[in-house]
Ligand binder design. Structure first.
Ligand code: NAG
Ligand code: NAG
Ligand code: NAG
Ligand code: NAG
Ligand code: NAG
Ligand code: NAG
Ligand code: NAG
Ligand code: NAG
Ligand code: NAG
Ligand code: NAG
Ligand code: NAG
Ligand code: NAG
Length: 849
């Protein structure tokens, strides 16, 4: 029950809601949803079907791109504040007598892209009478078959409209005393012919644009009465051809024309054209300042035509044509133009971009064919003549290149994108004031030069030229260049070889040099050595790995762009030089972005410099650098990074030091260990070697015949025992030969060598052990040497005998002695009379075997 009830309720409610929303859409119209600014309401693109109500204080109301069909009568009553009303891109078809009522102060009304006049009825002129102050009316792209009479909008200054065929503005615009600007461009191919009465009676025009139509005829007398006309554009009427030009220029002689545009009056792929003297002659006495004749397939200018241009001319744009050599070139000198644009000469066109309004050809097919025919005839005559000129010219060519006559006042020359492909040879220019030349986007693959006589040249743009060679004297004739643009060439082939800095040495006033995109792997130290005035150096997108060229003399340098190279860090020289520059140029900025900067311990100096320097880094936020563990890290705060690195590197250095010292230590320890362990062996061998070396004859006796039966080793403190008892008993009684150092050592011989020699020459060694013995260095030496002798010369036979003179606690005995004691090869001196006798007997026995 409950669920059915709620379902019904929901249905009822939703029906009500739907009702109210759809009702609100139509009747409750307001500007709540629109964008409000001060005195401005923007309701564009809100799907309004009616004009909403809006505050009276509104000055600007934008209702573009809605679905408004009509302007209700009186909707603007009271809106005398409104100055701008934009109703473009709606579906307006219906106007009523009071549609504009209340718009007393409206200045601009935009009604373009609507459907006014689609009912084939003329809008009565009284509808417009309320627009008392309107200055700018836009009625383009409506559906008029009969253009409305707006002669009651007395204040109108600017009118944009779409031309309707058969329309005579003389009628509809008759009373408009202030109308100066009339824009009839892009009339969707409907403006086909302008007759001498089309603009009859409109004398006030200053600006008239009839471009982008499909005009095939402009009558003589169309513009002649417009004495104030300053701007005329008849461009992009590809059916008109040059045959229509004469009618126009003829009229212009009576006007105040300053800017005349007739670009693209011929189809893209038509025959080449010649600009005729007759068409130019009427312009002779005008005040023409600028003329645009681009995209006309002009191949030649009739000799004399250029000289007919008025002296007031300042700018000539003749780009996108097919200019050939001709006598007209000798007339250049006569031109007073300051700016000439001959870009895109010989440019190829994409066939897809075919000419405006060509689809609308049916109606005039016959006439078109006729024009083409006339054109062909005309061009045929022309081409024979141009051949003549060219033959004539061939003889003069050398002369022509010998000295080039530029227009006397020419300051700017554009010659870009003209596919010109040659080496720039040595050229001489007659007196000129040329300041700026743009040769970009050609194929001047080698710059030989010099260009003699261009003393005023300040700016040379040779970018995008596939240029791979510059001769050392190319700039010889152009010493005043301040801006040299060479980006996107192949100068990486030539600059690295310019070790002496010859290429740029003439440019002593250079301020900006652009060498970006040149695949430069390195720049020699002296490359810019003579350039002291430089302010900006652009080297982005090359393959530089370091910055080696000299810069510390560039005291005005403000910008160095080495972004997008292969720089991992700047070495100490480079940073020091930058600091030198920065001392003079406080504004120095360096761009290091997009370089594979590394943050390693090996270049910590570079990071330290970045953290400390006053020099600015452009785009620092985007810099990153690679740590030694290959992670990339932002370089935005070099100080933080420096700390990180400092820490890492100190532990790193510590580690290295640690490892090194540990290594050294262990080597030392091992070596000392080895040396210590074999110290006696080493010493023994050393002395033996020494003996052998000295070839003491006695030392090389065969084993069985020793010089002595025993060598007695004893401490000096025990000499009484040795000399009084030991030698007496052993030598005299036992008839054995004893060697005792006091008696038998050779004087003047090294004591260690004496000992070794003696041990080697004795069959046995007897050590008289006492505390004195143990404390004596030489005694221990003798003992150890005897041990070595036993091991290395006597096949391990025991030759060492120990006689203990006194009781010595075992713990004070050296280990090695202890071993011998344990192997029982010792005798204790008994020190009593009976025992003594036995002892000596035993001893004599031992020593004699
Ligand atoms: C206007 O209508 C179109 C199509 O009906 C719709 O796509 C668009 O979102 C609507 N715009 C507004 C602001 O409601
Ligand atoms: C209307 O004409 C004026 C000059 O008369 C021009 O500057 C403006 O661009 C034109 N507006 C449109 C939308 O064509
Ligand atoms: C328009 O041209 C026709 C014929 O060429 C001529 O009779 C007429 O006088 C001209 N009208 C004006 C206003 O120049
Ligand atoms: C005329 O047409 C050309 C080529 O389509 C276009 O570039 C130019 O902007 C148009 N000019 C006017 C005034 O509409
Ligand atoms: C030049 O004007 C005359 C009328 O004065 C006209 O007959 C002729 O067709 C015009 N020529 C062109 C090419 O528009
Ligand atoms: C040319 O201008 C003069 C005034 O400077 C005027 O008298 C004459 O009628 C104009 N010519 C034409 C054909 O309108
Ligand atoms: C020179 O003329 C060409 C072709 O008409 C044009 O594309 C270019 O923008 C012009 N350059 C300047 C600087 O006016
Ligand atoms: C130099 O030529 C290039 C390419 O045409 C252009 O982008 C640049 O603006 C020119 N530079 C100057 C200063 O004229
Ligand atoms: C560059 O030009 C100079 C002088 O014009 C010439 O001697 C040299 O061979 C040229 N180098 C290359 C690589 O073409
Ligand atoms: C430094 O550069 C700023 C802006 O880049 C500029 O306004 C200022 O004049 C320059 N100062 C000097 C001394 O060049
Ligand atoms: C690399 O080292 C940095 C700083 O020592 C550390 O923050 C980062 O996590 C390390 N990255 C890797 C992949 O080890
Ligand atoms: C009458 C008129 O000029 N209509 C044109 C309005 O603009 C559209 C699109 O630009 C054209 O297709 C119409 O021919």
């Amino acid at each position: 029950m409950l669920s059915i009830y709620s379902l019904t309720l929901w249905l009822v409610l939703s029906t009500i809601c739907l009702d109210t929303t759809s009702g609100a859409g139509n009747s409750k119209r307001n500007t709540r949803l629109c964008t409000h600014k001060k005195f401005q309401i923007d309701c564009s693109g809100r799907n309004f079907t009616h004009i909403p109500t809006f505050p009276y204080s509104t000055k600007t109301l934008i209702l573009a791109r809605n679905m408004i069909e009509s302007i209700q009568g009186g909707i603007f009553s009271g809106h005398s504040e409104l100055e701008d009303l934009d109703l473009s891109h709606n579906v307006l078809a219906i106007l009523v007598p009071n549609s504009f009522k209340g718009l007393d102060n409206l200045l601009r009304l935009n009604l373009q892209y609507n459907q006014l006049g689609n009912d084939n009825k003329e809008i009565p002129k009284v509808y417009f009478k309320h627009l008392k102050k309107l200055r700018h009316l836009n009625l383009r792209n409506n559906s008029f078959t009969i253009f409305p009479d707006i002669s009651l909008v007395h204040s109108l200054v600017i009118l944009n409209a779409t031309f309707t065929n058969g329309m005579t503005f003389g009628q509809q615009l008759k009373g408009l005393k202030f109308l100066t600007d009339l824009d009839l461009s892009s009339s969707s191919c409907q403006l086909k012919e302008i007759e001498n009465n089309t603009f009859a009676g409109i004398k006030t025009l200053r600006y008239l644009d009839v471009s982008n139509n499909s005009l095939y005829s402009i009558w003589k007398g169309t513009f002649a009465h417009m004495q104030q006309l300053e701007f005329l554009d008849i461009s992009y009427n590809t059916r008109l051809g040059f045959r229509g030009l004469g009618n126009v220029t003829n009229d212009l002689s009576n006007t105040s024309i300053e800017i005349f545009k007739f670009q693209k009056l011929v189809p893209t792929f038509s025959m080449n054209q010649i600009l005729k003297m007759a068409d130019f002659a009427p312009l002779r006495h005008t005040k023409l300042r600028e003329i645009y004749v681009d995209s006309n397939r002009i191949q030649l200018i009739e000799t004399g035509a250029i000289s007919l241009l008025p002296k007031t001319i300042q700018k000539i744009s003749i780009g996108d044509n097919q200019l050939s050599y001709g006598l007209y070139m000798f007339e250049f000198r006569q031109l007073s133009a300051e700016i000439i644009n001959v870009s895109n000469t010989g440019m190829s066109h994409y066939p897809g971009n075919e000419d405006f309004c060509m689809s609308d050809m049916k109606e005039t097919d016959v006439e078109q064919t006729l024009y083409e025919y006339k054109n062909v005839v005309g061009t045929h005559q022309v081409s024979t003549r141009s051949k003549r000129i060219r033959i004539y010219n061939a003889g003069l060519k050398i002369n022509y290149f010998n000295t080039i006559n530029l227009p006397k006042k020419l300051t700017v020359l554009y010659y870009t994108a003209s596919s010109t492909k040659f080496e720039i040879p040595r050229l001489r220019f007659s007196y000129n004031v040329l300041e700026k030349v743009d040769f970009s986007f050609n194929v001047f693959y080698s710059l030989k030069g010099p260009l003699l006589g261009l003393y005023n040249l300040h700016e040379l743009n040779l970018s995008n030229n596939f240029c791979s060679n510059i001769s050392n004297d190319f700039f010889e004739g152009t010493p005043n260049i301040k801006t040299l643009l060479l980006q996107n060439n192949l100068l990486g082939f030539v600059l690295p070889n310019d070790e002496k800095g010859d290429i740029f040495k003439h440019l002593r006033r250079l301020e900006i040099i652009d060498l970006s995109d040149n695949r430069i792997p390195k720049l020699p130290f002296l490359i810019l050595e003579t350039v002291h005035t430089i302010k900006e150096i652009h080297l982005k997108r090359n393959v530089l790995e370091s910055m080696q060229f000299k810069i510390d003399h560039m005291r005005k340098l403000t910008f160095l762009d080495i972004s997008n190279n292969m720089i991992r860090f700047l070495d100490n020289d480079a940073t020091a030089n930058l600091e030198t520059v920065a001392k003079y140029s406080t504004n120095l900025t360096v761009d290091l972005s997009e370089n594979p900067i590394q943050c390693m311990c090996s270049n910590i100096n570079f990071i330290r410099w970045m953290a400390a320097t006053e020099i600015r880094f452009k785009g620092l936020k985007s810099y990153s650098c690679q740590l030694s563990n290959l992670t990339k890290i932002s370089l935005a705060h070099p100080k933080d990074l420096e700390q990180l690195l400092e820490k890492e590197c100190s532990s790193y250095i510590g580690l290295i030091l640690g490892i090194c010292s540990a290594l050294v230590l262990s080597v030392v320890t091992v070596t000392t260990g080895i040396i210590y362990r074999y110290r006696w062996k080493l010493r023994y061998l050393y002395f033996m070697a020494k003996l052998k070396y000295k070839k003491t004859p006695s030392t090389f006796k065969n084993d069985l015949s020793y010089d002595f039966d025993a060598f007695v080793s004893y401490a000096d403190e025990d000499q009484n025992f040795v000399h009084e008892k030991f030698i007496n008993h052993v030598e005299r009684d036992g008839e054995l030969r004893v060697c005792a150092h006091k008696r038998d050592f050779l004087v003047g011989k090294d004591i260690a060598a004496n000992i070794t020699d003696a041990i080697h020459r004795s069959r046995k060694t007897v050590c008289i052990i006492s505390n004195n013995f143990l404390n004596s260095y030489w005694c221990m030496f003798e003992f150890n040497m005897a041990r070595m002798e036993s091991i290395y010369s006597r096949d391990g036979e025991n030759i060492v005998y120990l006689i203990f003179l006194e009781q010595i606690p075992t713990k004070t005995l050296p280990l090695i002695l202890l071993e011998l004691v344990q192997s029982k090869s010792y005798i204790e001196f008994p020190n009593d009379e009976y025992g003594d006798t036995v002892f000596w007997e035993n001893l004599k026995q031992e020593l004699s075997t």
